[in-house]
Design a protein around this ligand. Structure first.
Ligand code: PLP
Length: 387
């Protein structure tokens, strides 16, 4: 019998993929399933981006690229960051990777290990705690509270710092809550954390374009005093409806570039060349389709918030960003898993139990509004019927 290394027992998973598989199985059995569990835009990648990828293949871009990404793509990322945040970034600090997850993996592997502690959001993206456990670090959750509109509070993080803290992970706009952290809290966080130059910060800003209403996304890149500590994670998956292309980027501190480049060479070598050309077109070409997609998400956000609150047993704060709503379902008397299973089996609606995102997700359910307005209306109608 094969014996895998003990640490494999500590590796978790992302239940969204499991729920997706169950929903697909039910669909195949002829059940009418509306999927509000999925964490990816229901829009197609814009045509100009697809065409750029196709052209790259036709033009013979079939080879390895530099491990850190095509120079022109890294340059384009720096122009984009300058346009969005008015900051100067050296293209040498930009590393192109296959999606948002590799940056997460590399940062946690780089700073994780016995005797280290990593602070992360709970509820939060499940891969954070999975990888922290995998490396043998002590996971230190910060409770992201509904009473604070799921925006993190600087003090909640700062009070968890010990001499063993090596990395702090923050995520805004957030999965699974849709929470967006305020400038006031970011200012406070940065002012204090800059006093700990040996602690790295992973700022997962994969939903940076997805903020609505009066909310503005503020990137940690806008704070020069922490640039030598900051790993900024962003990418194309959500913004450009490119989840399956597998492309993302991060801005790394100068001192870590050599380490992350080696991790790239040791793992995937480079992102596939045609995808990188598609990514270049996404940054430099027309953004009309993307603006339309974001307007549509905003409409759905307002709708799902209203519909969820029309169920007396649910209580939902207005999400400020991403494409998730995270209602409090404690009034149903059901656990998160019971509600998830009931809605999938009885109403044909896939959602994700809040506990899939950590202990603090107990009593909540994640609804993704990356589905059409009519499907969202129908899903909520069916859930109302279950009660
Ligand atoms: N970070 C967060 C908060 C996410 O929700 C996701 C995907 O759902 C990712 C990162 C990973 O993105 P990618 O698909 O580009 O790896």
């Amino acid at each position: 019998m094969l014996q895998v290394a003990k640490k494999m027992e500590r590796l978790g998973t992302e239940s969204a993929f499991e729920v997706l598989a169950r929903a697909q199985k039910l669909s195949q059995q002829g059940k009418d399933i509306i999927n509000l569990g999925i964490g990816q835009p229901d829009f197609k990648t814009p045509g100009n981006i697809v065409e750029a990828g196709r052209k790259a293949l036709k033009d013979g871009h079939h080879s390895y690229t530099p491990a850190n990404g095509l120079p022109e793509l890294r340059e384009a990322v720096t122009f984009d960051l300058k346009r969005r945040y008015q900051v100067d970034v050296d293209a040498e600090n930009v590393i192109i990777v296959p999606g948002g997850k590799p940056t997460m993996f590399f940062s946690i592997v780089m700073f994780g290990g016995q005797n280290s502690e990593i602070i992360y959001p709970d509820p939060g993206f499940p891969i954070y705690s999975s990888l922290i456990n995998f490396t043998g670090s002590r996971p230190v959750p910060i409770n992201i509270k509904e009473s604070n509109n799921f925006s993190f509070r600087a003090d909640d993080i700062l009070e968890k710092i010990t001499p063993n803290t090596t990395l702090i992970i923050i995520n805004s706009p957030a999965n699974p809550t849709g929470g967006v952290t305020t400038k006031l809290e970011l200012d406070k966080f940065v002012k204090e954390i800059s006093k700990y130059p040996s602690i790295a910060i992973l700022s997962d800003e994969i939903y940076s374009h997805m903020v609505y209403g009066n909310t503005k996304h503020i990137s940690l890149l806008e704070y020069p005093e922490i640039r030598d500590q900051l790993i900024l994670l962003d990418g194309w998956s959500k913004t450009y409806a490119m989840t399956g292309w597998r492309i993302g980027y991060a801005v790394w501190p100068k001192t870590l570039v050599q380490h992350v480049t080696r991790l790239c060479i040791n793992s995937h070598s480079c992102v596939n060349a045609a995808t990188q050309y598609a990514g270049l077109e996404a940054l430099t070409g027309s953004h009309n389709d993307i603006c339309r997609m974001l307007e549509e998400f905003d409409q759905r956000r307002l709708m799902i918030h209203k519909e969820l609150n029309s169920i007396p047993q649910f209580k939902c704060v207005m999400p400020g960003g991403a494409f998730y709503a995270f209602p409090n379902i404690k009034g149903t008397g059901l656990s998160s898993e019971e509600a998830q299973n009931l809605f999938l089996n009885e109403a044909g609606v896939a959602t994700i139990a809040g506990t899939s995102f950590g202990n603090a997700g107990r009593g909540y359910l994640r609804f993704s509004y990356a589905n059409s307005a009519s499907n969202i209306m129908e899903a909520l109608k069916r859930i109302r019927k279950v009660f």
